[in-house]
Design a protein around this ligand. Sequence first.
Ligand SMILES: NC(=O)c1ccc[n+]([C@@H]2O[C@H](COP(=O)([O-])OP(=O)(O)OC[C@H]3O[C@@H](n4cnc5c(N)ncnc54)[C@H](OP(=O)(O)O)[C@@H]3O)[C@@H](O)[C@H]2O)c1
Length: 239
Amino acid sequence: MTVRDKAVLVTGANRGLGQALAAEALARGATRVYACTRQPLAHPDDRVTSLRLDVTSTAQIRAAASQVQSLDMLINNAGIMLRDDLTDPAVLERHLAVNLFGTYAVTQAFLPAVTRSRGAIVNILSVNALAPLPLMIPAYSVSKAAAFSLTQSLRALVAGQGVRVHAVLPGPVDTDMTRGSDIPKASPESVALAIFDAVDNGEEEIFPDPASAPIAAHWRDGVAKLLERQLAHVAPIGS
Ligand SMILES: NC(=O)c1ccc[n+]([C@@H]2O[C@H](COP(=O)([O-])OP(=O)(O)OC[C@H]3O[C@@H](n4cnc5c(N)ncnc54)[C@H](OP(=O)(O)O)[C@@H]3O)[C@@H](O)[C@H]2O)c1
């Protein structure tokens, strides 16, 4: 699905990858970009509608959904990453609240609109959905792995209604999230561009940067993808 002449919603659109995704959607000719942010956002492009949205707030999700009549692409980008060592359950809960339950709640709220347009859902996950970084960000890794499973199930559940569900699994991106990490990072602009190109190409899993790109071929021919395809068709006995 291309975004030209389409309506796109991006969570966490005020900075980092979300800001780059919103800008790339505009550059590709989206007619409307719903830029969802926790703080009010002023944007010079009149195709941008700013929506107040903390993805952990049921009230704000409901209010945002009521302002969006038509939507072609939902991009669940908002996320947090905190260093931890799995000793504090509160840190795991914070990650799950935003990265898993936030993604889930926003998706449920906008799914009717995306279904009406036979559109697409794009979940920004991480390579750590496939393998954790246990000595640095294990709780974050748990949340992204759970959000990946959510993405895979949703894909199977809505496929019959013409909705495409994409999982984005980036390596390090040069944003506030990785500030202070002295590692090679892709620019958010290049990652945003690669994500829209891959959605255009109908890629289910998207590896949008030099660090994650080599995983793509292994993933597509790997046992986990094979099993996902097989299990997606297993229905309850008697149905
Ligand atoms: N940077 C990387 O290396 C990397 C790699 C793989 C995946 N990712 C994923 O890419 C996505 C974007 O990350 P980023 O690198 O752009 O990070 P970032 O620069 O830290 O931006 C995070 C964004 O998420 C928003 N956010 C956080 N909690 C929120 C909440 N409860 N409700 C709504 N918005 C919330 C932030 O809003 P505020 O400004 O209000 O805090 C901000 O807009 C995340 O899902 C992240 O896990 C990043």
